[in-house]
Every structure is written in structure tokens, then in C-alpha cells.
Design a binder for this molecule. Sequence first.
Ligand SMILES: [Zn+2]
Ligand SMILES: [Zn+2]
Length: 389
Amino acid sequence: MVAFSKDVFDTICRDKTCDSLVHPWTKGCFKAALMIYASSIVGSAKFYSLVYLAQILMRGKKMAKKEEWIKMGRFYVRSTLLGLLVSAVGLQLICLIRKLIGKFTYHSCVLIPYTLSGIFIYLEPPARRGLVINLFCNLLIEYFLRSLQRAGYLSITKSKQTLMFMVGSSLLFYLMRLEGDKEVKTPLFWFFSPEKVRKKSDESPNVCPHNGECKKHILKGASAYFGIGLGISLAKLILPQIRTPLKAISTIRGKHLTLALFFSSYIGIYRAIICYLCRKKGFDSAFYALPAGYVAGLSFLFNPNLGLSIASVTAALKLYATILYEKKILPSSIPLPEIMYCLCQGVLFSARVMDPDVCPRYVFNLMDSVSNKRSLHVTKSLYETLKVT
Ligand SMILES: [Zn+2]
Ligand SMILES: [Zn+2]
């Protein structure tokens, strides 16, 4: 376990040179910077190639057009540059601040440099930027909740997480249905988009938001999502053992079905309640998503995950923020989301180094991959200096 306080850090590291603390691979700051640029371009290109590969697979048929590939290629280059500059400029800022103030402090070592290097988020195109900011906010909330739990202020039980997911899903589906007909929708990463509200003026004999029989519609959604869930679980099981897929398949147990059960019951329950309410009332309304999303959220019990329950709430908040921007309650002249991103990045990167016990795992993966494992050298040398393991 790594544990050290701000005071311990400030006392021990204050007069250390920056090569002994933050760039153990070489003495000179300039050479160290060149080396981090070289590693980060490789690390960032590798990391984002996987991210974009997943996105291309998810986009499916849309990728048939040549323009889509060109657009994706351009986005890939921009994301890779983001990773490179956040990582490399962040390190240069550590050295620069060390030179300016003549010492290391707990906050100037990671928090401030990486808050500043968050400015490169502007490299991401606006639609993607929103998703990245959303992700970082989720991670920050997860970090805070874990810290509060460790300090004994709250306990994150399975039932509390489930309740949070139920409330989040309820609000999220309601706001998604409200957005329904808008031309430009808020970019959101959620695995299921509810059907648009059927207008009363609609000529269709069906009162539900879908065509055809209700039972068919519900079962189709539930089985398709069961397949997706099973596909993801199988890919996770087989990909690491790509040479022996048959052996991997023979290890399938009930636990590998939990994601599939979660997906299918989530969509199935949601659709069943919407159809029931439409039939009972004789018309469709966005409001039905509130009880439908709430009850469907119970499926979370199949696959509890703190990050997911936080994501449901923040996705709903994001949609609500769009409404506030439209009503001009939130000023669009101040780049609030970008400022929030910078702060999240600073706090999370600092947590990965100074407070790793409660830092979300994704931050480790991100920093280690993008810096091509240089971040591991930095933490190792820091922990050696502080004599913690
Ligand atoms: Zn340096
Ligand atoms: Zn129906």
C-alpha cells in the first residue's frame, strides 16, 4: 500500500533534483523532454488505435463511406496529438515549475502541471471533446466517492449503487426522449437509445413508439442486447487466449452471462413498461421513461459497477446542461466544460501518483499506455525516494 501525506512529500522531496524524482531515465531536463516526446508519440498512437478500432467496429455500416474513414483518420491524429502533448508538455511543466520556484511541492509536482496541460483538450473536435470531458468527470466522482469511503464518511454498498443507477437511468431515458426530434443531439455514450415519442397527430394505428407487435418489439430488443452482452464477455474471455479459443470457450461459466443478462433485462423491462403505459393510457409520452428507466435500472444487480452507476447520473446531467445552455441559464461564453476537464485531469493524474489506492484503474491504464510506461518509472523512483512500496 502506498501511503504518504502532503507533509511527508514536502519534507522529503522539497530539495530533490528533478532527474532523481520525475525523469529518472536521464539527467538533463531537455534530453528528458525529448525522450518523453518519443515515448508518448508511440504510446499515444498505440492507445488511440485501440480506442478507434473499437469505435469503427461499433459504427458498423456507417463506415461503408470513404469520407467516414477520412474523418476517423483525422480524429485519430488529433487524439494522438492530445495524448502526446498532455503527457510530454506536462513533464516539461514539472521541470519548469521546479526551476521557477526552486523546490518541489506536493501540488506543483503533478497536480498543477497536468491541470495546465489539460488545455490540449481543445485538440479534440467539440463532439468528441464532450464525451472525453464526461468520462473524466465520471472518474473524478468515482475517485471522490472512494476517498470518502476510505475516510469512513460513507459506504458504497451494492444497493446504493443500484439505486443511483435506477435514478440515473430514469432521468437519462426521460431526457433522451425529450431530445427526441432535435436535429443536433447532445453527444452521449450510452449503450441504448430509447425510441422517439410517438406523436398524437401520428396516423399510425399503434400507440406505442414502435411499429408491429409489442411482444415482438420487447423480445427483439432483449435478445439483441443479450447477444451483444454475450459477445463482449466472450471477446474478453477469448482475446487474451487467442491461440486456444476452444479451451477458452470450455471455461464459460454462469458468471460470463451476467453482462448479457444485464443488457437484455435492462432493455426488455424498459420496453415492456413503455408499451404497457402506452396501451393503458392510449397515447405515448416522454414521461413514461421515468418509471420505465427506474425499474429497468434494477437489472444493474446482474452486473454492479460503480463507474456505470456514476455514468448514468452524469449522462443525465449532461443532457440537462444542454437544456440550461439553450435557455441561456449557463453562459456559453465561459468554457466551463474545458475548465472542468483541466481540473479533473490534474486531480486524477495527481491521484494516480500520490493516492493510487483509491484512484480509478482507468487512470493507471491511460497514463501508463500513453506515456509508453514512462509513468511507471516516475512512480517507482518517487516511491523509492519516499521509501514506500
Ligand atoms: Zn527536469
Ligand atoms: Zn408496444
